[in-house]
Design a binder for this molecule. Structure first.
Ligand code: SF4
Length: 385
């Protein structure tokens, strides 16, 4: 039996909750009524601005309970929303809400599945596909100064192979910011940071990058700025240049380190070296920037596992990390459409089994637990924006 919805108007969001057939249900909406997430007793559904939905939960496979994350077909998400809206409408008509709550419910009901679809189309007009974000940035405001990755040749990476690298001019970037601002409207209030995309935005020539950061500060004053630096290149930016960016609000730089084992780096066709990684990270820390370091556990399979672990944990232990830094341990997933897949087969690499992968992650966590940086898992399958 369903209980009635209780509606909470929070500073950043609206939350409708109730118990239904013994299951707790919590539905969260932005202040302008757009759905953000639906929680139904163990199942969690999350909506991205692109109108894509993600479903996380647990399921039984061969007698074992395991977690899953998969995209939710739009029709199923819409059916759930329709049911929630119908129940909210009934309560609204029955006068169950205070005037403020009734107003909030009306804003939620405004976002019919049809309107949300239209919004998804607008999103596609404003953005090139957003291929990936660090896991702590899914609720940021993403803006694309660059499109794609200037290197784009790592053999495992499928993020930007569908597009040619471009840097937006200052004028085009200003237009893009206006479009993003209009698209988000009041919903931007719940977003606490700015993410400068795509993959390699920090490699934009410094004068253009400084202009971009100034525009960001004018548009969303006070929000911290985050970005990826993907491919390590010697002398990418001088210490003085990093300090300039930090002074304009750049807060954390996310680095796709992947591994500090030179042989595995070469196999992955990723530029850089452990020495360069160390000197660049030191430079960034000295400029007052926080780091988000991403490592791929399981890359190179069993043959590289030991050297990968040894070299990468040694690098991480040698860095001047503090409590504001993150280490992300990402489970490596080879994509059949990328060269790594075929090259690994030819090289006879044996991938880690699911159990071995989990053991490996545990080993890494043990080795890194004394560090002040937060060491957290990074599930690429959970990405949604
Ligand atoms: S540098 Fe990063 S974004 Fe570019 S191809 Fe390599 S992994 Fe992909």
């Amino acid at each position: 039996m369903d209980s009635e919805f209780r509606l909470r108007i929070n500073r950043d969001s609206l939350a409708a909750s109730r118990r239904s057939h013994g299951r707790e249900q919590v539905y969260v909406f932005a202040h302008d009524g757009r759905p953000i997430s639906l929680f139904e007793g163990g199942d969690f559904y999350q909506r991205g601005l692109s109108n894509a939905w993600l479903h996380k939960g647990r399921e039984s496979v061969a007698g074992k309970i395991r977690r899953f994350r998969r995209s939710l077909p739009l029709e199923q998400a819409e059916a759930r929303l329709r049911q929630i809206y119908a129940d909210l409408s009934t309560q609204l008509a029955a006068g169950s809400f205070s005037p403020d709550q009734a107003q909030a419910v009306s804003t939620i009901l405004h976002w019919t599945p049809e309107r949300l679809r239209e919004e998804g189309q607008q999103f596609a007009e404003i953005y090139q596909p957003i291929s990936i974000l660090p896991p702590d940035q899914y609720l940021g405001i993403v803006v694309q100064l660059t499109v794609g990755c200037s290197y784009n040749a790592c053999n495992f990476c499928n993020f930007y192979k569908d597009r040619k690298f471009q840097v937006r001019s200052t004028e085009a970037f200003a237009q893009h910011l206006k479009a993003v601002q209009a698209f988000l409207g009041p919903a931007s209030a719940m977003r606490k940071g700015l993410f400068l995309a795509d993959g390699d935005a920090l490699m934009t020539p410094q004068p253009l990058l400084l202009q971009a950061l100034r525009l960001l500060r004018q548009t969303w004053p006070g929000l911290p700025i985050y970005s990826f630096m993907d491919a390590f290149r010697p002398q990418a930016k001088s210490p003085e240049q990093w300090r300039e960016l930090q002074a304009l609000g750049l807060n954390r730089v996310y680095l796709g380190i992947e591994t500090a084992d030179p042989a595995l780096l070469a196999f992955l066709n990723k530029p850089g070296s452990p020495e360069l990684m160390q000197s660049e990270c030191q430079k960034l820390k000295a400029a007052g920037l926080n780091l988000g370091l991403i490592l791929m556990i399981g890359a190179g399979g069993q043959q590289y596992a030991q050297a990968h672990f040894k070299a990468s944990t040694a690098l991480l232990q040698a860095l001047p990390l503090d409590k504001n830094d993150f280490i992300f341990l990402s489970e490596f997933v080879p994509h059949p459409d990328q060269p790594y897949f075929e090259q690994a087969l030819q090289a006879g690499l044996i991938p880690l089994s699911e159990t071995e992968l989990q053991q490996e992650i545990q080993l890494w966590r043990e080795a890194l637990k004394g560090l002040p940086a937060k060491c957290v898992p990074y599930h690429l399958q959970e990405f949604i924006y």
